[in-house]
Design a binder for this molecule. Structure first.
Ligand code: 15L
Length: 266
């Protein structure tokens, strides 16, 4: 049982799922987001917070033993937005963790840190990162921040390169990248309670056929996915495949590899 567990991004799709599934594992859940959240029930604290606000994040982190950092922008956006929410945000979370003696952080990284690897290649957890946009770059930065705070301050971290965490796979790519909500919860639980986490990178992916990612380097987590995208294959394969020359079909990041540039940024 964790005394007080902070979940950032608690109003989001994955954060609100974890709000339910991590409930039995913490005496108190501190829930944070900038978007409206459901009111606190017994054993919960709802604390709205802007991740780019260093002082607010510092107060948010105080008193927590562990953090599940799901907060920030979850898709490709103009750089300035990503800079505030994801890049400044992750620094503030780790700096708060250092200042307040937080023992463990689970950081929601993304498959988009390796999005420019080719579909069909099998990546290990220590493969070269090839981010596919501002969003992927920010997650890659977050992984470096996690590594740095472990090396210098001993804060243990898991960086989860989450694939496509949805109720069910909705396209052909997700037959490879799908992560069920049940497997997501189990993966996060494993990261919070693994006897020794150190600095770990793991892919957030269910037990799909023809995987692109291997968690051999993260076996110490004890994560055993139970779901598979296979049950959805026939339905998803009825949708015509993308043109073989389409970058979204060539690279693992799918459509993310061709998002932007954002001409209206200036
Ligand atoms: C992500 O990192 C995004 O947050 C999510 O919206 C999906 O697009 C997912 O990756 C994916 O690659 O399917």
């Amino acid at each position: 049982m964790i005394k007080r567990l902070l979940i950032t991004g608690a109003a989001g799709r994955l954060g609100s799922h974890l709000r339910g599934s991590l409930r039995p594992h913490a005496q108190t859940l501190r829930l944070s987001d900038i978007a409206p959240m459901a009111p606190a029930v017994a054993g919960e604290e709802v604390v709205p917070c802007e991740l780019s606000d260093k002082l607010a994040v510092d107060r948010l982190v105080q008193g927590c033993q562990a953090i599940v950092h799901m907060g920030g922008i979850p898709n490709e956006q103009p750089f300035e937005k990503i800079l505030d929410a994801n890049i400044r945000g992750v620094m503030h979370i780790y700096e708060g963790a250092r200042r307040h003696g937080v023992e463990r952080v689970v950081f929601a990284s993304s498959n988009h840190v390796v999005g420019f690897h080719r579909q069909g290649d099998l990546l290990e957890t220590n493969c070269e990162r090839r981010p596919d946009g501002h969003y992927g770059l920010s997650k890659s930065f977050g992984e470096d921040v996690a590594r740095f705070y472990f090396d210098r301050y001993g804060i243990q971290s898991a960086c989860l390169r989450i694939g496509s965490a949805t109720h069910e796979p909705v396209d052909r790519r997700m037959l490879h990248t799908w992560l069920s909500y049940r497997d997501l919860s189990e993966l996060v639980r494993c990261c919070l309670f693994a006897p020794s986490l150190g600095y770990t990178v793991a892919y957030g992916v269910s037990d799909n056929r023809d995987p692109w990612w291997s968690n051999a380097g993260a076996r110490h987590l004890g994560f055993e996915p139970r779901d598979s995208a296979e049950a959805f294959r026939s339905e998803r394969e009825r949708v015509p495949a993308l043109d073989p020359a389409d970058p979204a079909r060539i690279y693992q990041g799918g459509g993310f590899v061709k998002n932007g540039p954002f001409e209206n940024d200036f």
